[in-house]
Design a protein around this ligand. Sequence first.
Ligand SMILES: [Fe+2]
Length: 86
Amino acid sequence: MPRYEVAEDLDEKTKDLSRARQSLVEEIEAIMFYDERANATKDKDLKAVIIHNRDDEKEHASLLLEWLRKHDEALDRELKKNLFSK
Ligand SMILES: [Fe+2]
C-alpha cells in the first residue's frame, strides 16, 4: 500500500490511513468515469444504470471520508469548519 516509503518503516495507523485515502481517490475516479459515460451515452436505459452506479460510488466515497474523519484529527477539524457552511 505505501507509495512513497518502505512498508516496514510505517506504523499500522499510517498504513490504514493510506489505504483509506487511496480508496477514496479510487471512488472519486469511479464517480468521474461514470459521470462521463452517463453523459456520453445516447441509450436512456444505459444512462440510468450508469447514473445509479455513479451515485453508489458517492456513498462509498462518503463512507471512506467518514472513516478518515474519525481517524485523522486535523481532517475532522477542517471538515467541521468547512462542511455545510454558508
Ligand atoms: Fe465503489
